[in-house]
Design a protein around this ligand. Structure first.
Ligand code: NI
Length: 129
C-alpha cells in the first residue's frame, strides 16, 4: 500500500477490466476500491455489511429488492449511495461509469448470496492496483 497520494484518474487509466475492483488504499479495516463498470452486474446481497458507492464519472444505476418490491436508484457523477446490508442489489450502467466503493476488507464483489455469476463479472475481494 502506497504512502504517497494516489491520483484516481491515473489509477483508473491503469486498467480496462470491467466489474473488477482495484484496491487503491485502506482505512482501518476497510478497502477503498475503484472499478470501471458497463452493462449489468449480478443480483447479490452482502449479509453482514452495508456497501458505499461514489460515482466518479458517468451514471450508475442500482436495482434494489426491498420489502418484496423492486426499485432503481440513479446516481449521476458525484453522487453517493449506501446499499444496506442484506438488501439484494444489482448495479448497472448503460453508458459506462467509474465508481469508488468502501467495503470491509475481504468483502466479495458478488456478496454472500448471488445469482449465477456471468463471465463479464469478476467475483473478487479486490485486486491490487
Ligand atoms: Ni454489492
Amino acid at each position: 500500500m502506497s504512502n504517497e497520494p494516489i491520483d484516481l484518474q491515473t489509477a483508473l487509466a491503469g486498467f480496462d477490466d470491467l466489474w473488477s475492483p482495484r484496491i487503491v488504499t485502506r482505512i482501518n479495516d476497510y478497502d477503498v476500491r475503484i472499478a470501471k463498470v458497463a452493462g449489468e452486474h449480478v443480483w447479490h446481497a452482502h449479509d453482514d455489511t452495508d456497501e458505499f458507492f461514489l460515482v466518479l464519472d458517468g451514471e450508475l444505476r442500482i436495482s434494489l429488492r426491498e420489502g418484496g418490491a423492486e426499485r432503481v436508484v440513479t446516481l449521476p457523477t458525484g453522487s453517493v449511495y449506501v446499499v444496506p446490508r442484506g438488501v439484494e442489489h444489482r448495479p448497472s450502467s448503460s453508458d459506462g461509469a467509474s465508481i469508488l466503493m468502501f467495503e470491509p476488507t475481504g468483502t466479495s464483489s458478488v456478496g454472500d448470496r448471488h445469482d449465477e455469476v456471468p463471465d463479464h463479472v469478476d467475483a473478487t475481494t479486490g485486486h491490487t492496483l
